[in-house]
Ligand binder design. Structure first.
Ligand code: F0G
Length: 457
């Protein structure tokens, strides 16, 4: 049989609320054409993010009830620590309330003016945490990763020649660590090959530089390696994940993705001195070392989630269900980042709306049209998110203009996804009518979260 089915059945349901197009047009206007400012009750299918939007399993909910809410030395912490160590092998495991808290602790300690931190592509919060330490965040994506229409197996890889060149230019003493984001979210959810993980690790270590993974979607990355990289077809996703982590000295993790939970994360590492400093910052900013800003029951849910996420029937369904949406829209000529990534379909707004220039934020225009047309919430990953201004106040656009349709884990069924595909195709048919957008308010950092837009007439 060829159909890969959802490897679960549904025990509890949540009612969706339907709205009319007129209502949605008013709601969008009131939200300043920024879907981050919509109420979720006004959204029919929410593809804003795959982060913290997971449906937890019955086993996770029952583990919550077993949480030991002790401030210090909680049994739940030790279960969590065992689960994380089993996969990552790291010596020190420091719980945080989500991924960016791990980033903040790490970069408060290793970042400073004059320091440079390379990555395949930094996620926005990673970049913001590095920059707020005064350090410089550098993206070194593989050239092919910037070509949405080209199909390749590992478009998330880092450009290792560029890494060598950067280390030579900046000096290893100015590079406190090298990072790799698996999968490469900002670069289209594309996986990183084991060969690249190994090569980046070898280059960093040859210069005495620690190597860290941004591991949010490590399980999806491991499954892509199993399916695509020579020599891994017969290994379990778990063994592949263990090998990935074996090349690294530490990681930051948002458990809101491949931890299959609604909140949580961790910072892990082998370096004793860095762990002591990290725990000191943790106690000031997050909480004691055995809970780190979480309820102890949350640690229980992560411990179970980390086992469930490496179940290969889950991972096969997960990658297939994302590809299913990608295939459905591509069949109708909708331009997307190819091949589909692990957690989302990325529409290529430059080819979707070629009549709009980057300074007209084509991605934002598509995001608004999808909401107005069908109540679907998505997010722009382009010049609204990553654009900067030059000295003359002119927009320096992002390298790609994308719209991300992120699929929450274990939440929507195939007919929800069929509805999304239909809506995307209908908006595409009417693409010539998409208006340009302009910004009427923006914050100095991470502006896309709170910016106000208006359609240009
Ligand atoms: N790194 C990556 C690659 C991420 O995708 C995210 C979050 C983080 C770090 C930060 O983790 O949200 O737990 O603090 N990504 C979400 C998204 C928000 O929608 O892609 P966090």
């Amino acid at each position: 049989m060829k159909t890969i089915i959802e490897p679960f059945k549904i025990k509890m349901v949540e009612q969706l609320r339907f709205t009319t197009r007129e209502e949605r047009e008013d709601l969008l206007k009131a939200a300043h054409y920024n879907p981050f400012l919509l109420r979720s009750d006004d959204v029919l299918i929410d593809l804003l993010t795959d982060s913290g939007t997971t449906a937890m399993s019955a086993k996770q909910w029952s583990a919550l009830m077993d949480g030991d809410e002790a401030y210090a030395g909680s049994r739940s912490y030790y279960k969590f620590e065992d689960a994380v160590r089993d996969i990552t092998g790291f010596k020190h495991i420091i719980p945080t309330h989500q991924g960016r808290a791990a980033e903040r602790i790490l970069f408060t300690l290793v970042g400073a003016p004059g320091k440079v931190i390379p990555n395949n592509t930094h996620f926005d919060t990673t970049r913001a945490n590095i920059e707020s330490s005064g350090a410089n965040a550098i993206d070194l994506p593989n050239a092919i990763g910037l070509l949405p229409e080209v199909v390749a197996d590992f478009k998330g890889d880092m450009d290792t020649d560029a890494l060598e060149e950067l280390i030579h230019r900046e000096g290893p003493e100015n590079i406190p660590l090298v990072m790799l984001t698996i999968t490469n979210n900002t670069g289209g959810g594309q996986p990183v090959s084991m060969a690249n993980i190994r090569a980046v690790s070898e280059i960093a270590h040859a210069h005495g530089i620690p190597f860290f993974l941004d591991a949010c979607r490590f399980a999806e990355n491991a499954m892509f390696i199993k399916l695509r990289e020579e020599g891994y077809a017969n290994m379990t996703a778990k063994a592949i994940a263990q090998e990935m982590f074996s090349y690294a000295d530490g990681c930051t993790m948002s458990a809101k993705k491949d931890g299959l939970v609604n909140t949580g994360g961790f910072l892990a590492m082998n370096n004793d001195a860095l762990a002591i400093s990290s725990r000191n910052v943790l106690i000031i900013t997050e909480g004691f070392t055995t809970y780190g800003g979480l309820a102890r029951r949350d640690l229980e849910a992560i411990a179970v989630g980390l086992v469930e996420v490496l179940d290969e029937s889950y991972l096969a369904y997960r990658l297939r269900s994302v590809q299913y949406l990608g295939d459905a829209v591509e069949l109708n000529g909708v331009p997307i980042v190819r091949p589909t990534g692990g957690h989302a379909v990325y529409l290529d707004a430059k080819r979707f709306a070629p009549h709009l220039k980057p300074e007209q934020y084509p991605g934002q225009s598509i995001v608004c049209a999808l909401y107005a047309h069908a109540g679907i919430r998505s997010v722009e990953i382009g010049s609204a998110m990553f654009g900067r201004y030059d000295a003359d106040g002119r927009l320096v656009p992002a390298s790609m203009e994308l719209v991300r349709l992120a699929i929450p884990r274990r939440v929507y069924t195939q007919s929800h996804i069929d509805y999304v595909a239909e809506a995307v195709c209908e908006v595409f048919e009417e693409r010539e009518n998409l208006p340009g957008m302009h910004i009427t308010y923006e914050a100095p950092v991470l502006r896309h979260f709170t910016a106000h837009f208006e359609p240009s007439v």
